[in-house]
Write a protein that binds this ligand. Sequence first.
Ligand code: TYD
Length: 138
Amino acid sequence: MKASIHVCEVLDLPKIHNRAGNITPIQGQIDIPFDIERVYYLYDVPSGETRGGHAHKNLHQLIVAASGSFDVVLDDGKEQKTISLNRPNFGLYVTPYIWRELENFSSGAVLLVLASMNYDEMDYIRDYQEFLTTTNEL
Ligand code: TYD
């Protein structure tokens, strides 16, 4: 089935609130539609810098602004949309075969990623023309 940016939604995550602060727990297959195998986070991104610029063949991800804010530009080869993340209790679900760019990082932003698989460079598509060819063949 062809990947679509419309499947990539912002999920409203649990938030346990009391006067001493908040907790957001994220459980695989309960709060998000995949098992979590890897966690990583981007931080100390210099002002004006962009990241991403690739798609994955099999990886599912949830992207959370654990601190600060940034924009995620999603592209399925036909359509694009930009999602701004700025709250730790919302996460953007990104499916395979979606090209993503990460931009407009605020100072001190922490981009937390929950991923369905361990790191595998073979799972990346890093060339945009190859991405377009591959998605059209799906
Ligand atoms: P990349 O996923 O391209 O980063 P971004 O999308 O944020 O621009 O990864 C950058 C480098 O870090 C690349 O050389 C691979 C390495 N890396 C790992 O070794 N393990 C990981 O889990 C991740 C996400 C990246």
